[in-house]
Design a protein around this ligand. Structure first.
Ligand SMILES: [Fe+2]
Length: 458
């Protein structure tokens, strides 16, 4: 079975199919047939439409969902500012150095999902719907009962590294474990619980301030491989009936946090139809493609999801790329990623195991840590990785067993927040010098070379 063998068994049912128009009802007959807005909806429900794209967006990218709920989401008190300690502010310091972070810590105090999200890096501005935000989360308690959150700023792609998340959303429930990812669309109300109260949550988030994720084009690969549409799992409608207790709705809006009260649960959707919904994906199902002859293909071959622009096809606002266990068989080839400068910015994280181009251990690239190689910042294998790859016997070998690294790759110049530079206290001081300054001069020119110039030291 090409699926991850999770310690924690699945709890919920799902529908499948990336970007499919789906429909689901928790009570038979709750979904109107043949129309969206009947004069009276079945069972006294209210119809509400959530538009994830402009009304007039082209059909292939148009995303909306009709929900049939007990009380419309508009029934809430005025949003008032809530103290977020500046954790979501898109104020970035742009530095050209290669950066790397040690594993991020859990707090000593109790921290839930809303308190545990820290913006570490990003680019752009949610107010113009341009850019990306990268977060680290470390959470040791479920959100308080009767609280929910939504982000008006963008879709959140969550990459768990530690601990399973039990997520309640307007469209239904999802269990998301390390080696799975989940995307919560902009505006959708959700709450995050620890699936196991004794297992805290830690991981990474990519918030997309513009557009939505798509599956990458497959080109000559054909109509299958990489992430297949059928493997994306979407919740089925699941509602609760509570119009008597007070709920708090948090709203991340333009990098600030707001809070409103309402006397009904936001999770009261009895039926829905559309294609704007949360979805999860097991990275163990990724069909990895690589060379069967020679040379190292670009990591774009490992793209799970991409968000691109119509203006520049193939240039991603954000690619989510993974490095799963895979066979390396290339002949006469330096098999790790080569030395590289990239117009795109590469933010990497490690869910488990180790990564082929970097040493692990203390001060290395470790699970729950991160690295950022910005626009045109040089990077590549460190000395140990170079020497090993240059001299090893090139027999077929399986790499990355038990390991999963990933990359958020963006066309933007990615800056780092004050938290990422200082407050988190995880930034490694001498990453770049320690990684590459020891690379040796291996140049051996032919001794009979006739040249006009001369070499240093001669
Ligand atoms: Fe690179």
């Amino acid at each position: 079975m090409r699926v991850t063998q999770f310690d924690l068994p699945e709890r919920y049912e799902y529908q499948t199919g990336f970007a499919a128009n789906l429909e689901t009802e928790a009570i038979p007959g709750a979904l109107p047939i043949g129309q969206n807005s009947p004069q009276k909806c079945p069972y006294g429900l209210y119809a509400e439409k959530i538009s994830g794209t402009a009304f007039t967006a082209p059909r292939w990218e148009n995303q909306q969902t009709w929900v049939y709920r007990i009380i419309p989401s508009a029934a809430h008190s005025t949003f008032k500012p809530a103290d977020s300690g500046g954790r979501f502010k898109t104020e970035f310091h742009h530095v050209p150095n290669q950066q790397r972070w040690d594993p991020f810590d859990f707090a000593e105090r109790e921290v839930d999902w809303v308190d545990g999200l820290n913006l570490v890096a990003g680019a752009g501005d949610p107010s113009l719907k341009q850019g990306v935000g990268y977060y680290i989360y470390a959470v040791n308690k479920s959100m308080d009962p009767k609280t929910a959150l939504y982000s008006a700023d963008g879709d959140m792609l969550i990459v768990p590294q530690t601990g399973a998340m039990d997520i309640q959303t307007e469209m239904g429930r999802l269990l998301v474990r390390p080696n799975e990812i989940v995307v919560i669309p902009r505006g959708v109300r959700y709450r995050v619980n620890l699936a196991d109260e004794s297992s805290p949550l830690r991981g990474y988030v990519l918030e997309l301030y513009q557009g939505h994720f798509q599956l990458p084009e497959l080109g000559p690969i054909g109509s299958n491989c990489l992430a297949n549409a059928r493997d994306f799992q979407i919740p089925v409608a699941a509602y609760e009936h509570d119009t008597k207790s007070e709920w708090t709705i948090y709203n991340k809006f333009c990098g600030e946090l707001f809070r409103a009260k309402q006397m009904h649960t936001p999770f009261d959707v009895v039926a829905w139809e559309g294609r704007y919904y949360p979805y999860k994906y097991d990275l163990g199902r990724f069909n990895t493609i690589g060379t069967i002859s020679y040379d190292h293909p670009d990591p774009s071959l490992n793209t799970v999801l991409t968000a691109t622009t119509n203006a520049h096809p193939g240039t991603a606002i954000a690619d989510f790329v993974i490095f799963p266990p895979r066979w390396l068989v290339a002949e006469d080839t330096f098999r790790p990623p080569s030395y590289h400068r990239n117009v795109m910015s590469e933010f990497m994280g490690l869910i488990s195991g180790s990564y082929i181009a970097k040493g692990g251990g203390k001060g290395g690239f470790q699970a729950a840590g991160a690295s950022l190689h910005n626009c045109m910042s040089s990077h590549g294998p460190d000395l140990a990785a170079f020497e090993k790859a240059s001299n090893e016997e090139l027999k077929p070998v399986k790499v990355g067993e038990g390991s999963m690294a990933f990359m958020f790759e963006s066309c933007y110049m990615v800056g780092i927040t004050e938290w990422g530079l200082k407050s988190c206290q995880k930034l490694q001081e001498n990453y770049s010098e320690e990684s590459w300054s020891e690379l040796k001069d291996l140049f051996q020119p032919p001794t009979n070379l006739h040249r006009d110039g001369h070499e240093n030291g001669q």
